[in-house]
Design a protein around this ligand. Structure first.
Ligand SMILES: Nc1ncnc2c1ncn2[C@@H]1O[C@H](COP(=O)(O)OP(=O)(O)O)[C@@H](O)[C@H]1O
Ligand SMILES: N[C@@H](CCOP(=O)(O)O)C(=O)O
Length: 291
């Protein structure tokens, strides 16, 4: 059984742990067949091949055991999403492992698949959060109302965005460790206003307004030391016509909305270069989810 799972933009501005947008590319490809042993082979970006350290094999095993199947498996991963990128690299593999096994066993229940995928994601980020896995499963833009029971609102957003991937790594685990347990009420209120307005703007297809609402007071202020270049990048993007710009997931990837996406992408790459960081950009539409 072979599945392909796309990258995602978790948080999408003010929606910490709640909003997620599915991209068309890049993608991870995962092939699984049942076997007596457990074996994991990886091509492409380097991630562990030890079955207990690879998020895809942890989630595959979790799904098998949830289904009461005592078998092992042979897994091949073509890793197309760079790890520690903020593009849902671990989430995509975690979903891929669970989904491939679910399809082998004819299991369609999304909550079972999600539960197994979250077991994998926990290995990477230390805590279960679904805003990368869920959009990769459903496609489109999702509002994750609840993980268990799984309750999701989906908007089939029609938009294109530019994603810029600098050559630096941010571990999601580390980016979650720096977050405070409590935030000021005024910051929570500001996020509430941004997030609810963003959903309405997206539903109305007002992409310029969506861009203007890409801000966050819950995680970004505390993550600044991990992404000290962000304010300069944002300035360059806005000066070159971006409607808005934000960090993808826990970073370091950033994304921007606007009309002249190539120009914005080049400007952001240039701003990274001024900080002596190599970066590349690509343009993607909203994706339809795992296949
Ligand atoms: N199949 C896998 N795909 C991606 N990362 C994996 C995988 N298996 C284990 N990992 C580990 O998970 C961590 C990357 O996850 P994370 O920090 O969440 O990155 P991202 O934000 O890009 O998802 C790395 O330590 C990586 O070695
Ligand atoms: N809400 C999470 C999202 C992490 O996404 P990833 O793509 O960096 O794995 C967070 O911000 O910690």
């Amino acid at each position: 059984m072979r599945v392909s799972v796309p990258a995602t933009i978790a948080n999408f501005g003010p929606g910490f742990d709640v909003f997620g947008l599915c991209l068309e590319k890049p993608r991870d490809f995962i092939r699984v067949k049942l076997s007596d042993e457990i074996e994991v082979k990886v091509e492409g970006y380097k991630v562990p091949e030890e079955p207990d350290k690879n998020v895809a094999s942890v989630s595959a095993l979790s799904l098998l055991r949830q289904a009461g199947v005592e078998s092992g498996f042979k897994m091949k991963i073509k890793k197309g999403i760079r790890p520690k990128s903020g593009l849902g690299s671990s989430g995509a593999s975690a979903l891929g492992g669970a989904l491939a096994v679910a399809r082998l066993l004819d299991i369609d229940d999304k909550e079972i698949i999600l539960r197994a995928a979250l077991e994998g994601e926990k290995v990477a980020s230390g805590s279960p959060h679904g805003d990368n896995i869920v959009p990769a499963l459903f496609g489109g833009f999702v509002v994750l109302k609840s993980l268990f029971p799984l309750e999701v609102f989906k908007i089939d957003a029609k938009l294109k965005l530019v994603v810029i991937l600098p050559e630096v790594e941010v571990s999601t685990k580390r980016a979650r460790e720096v977050l405070p347990k409590h935030v000021p009420l005024s910051d929570a209120v500001r996020n509430l206003a941004l997030a609810s307005s963003l959903v309405l703007a997206l539903e109305n297809g007002d992409i310029e307004e969506v861009g203007k609402l890409l801000d966050d007071y819950l995680a970004m202020p505390y993550r600044k030391p991990l992404i000290p270049w962000f304010d300069k990048i944002r300035k360059a993007a806005l000066e070159n016509g971006a409607y808005g710009v934000s960090i993808s997931g826990s970073g370091p990837a950033v994304f921007a909305l606007g009309e002249n996406l190539d120009e914005i992408g080049r400007a952001i790459v240039g701003a990274f270069e001024e900080e002596r960081i190599n970066a590349e950009y690509f343009i993607s539409k909203v994706g339809g989810g795992a296949e």
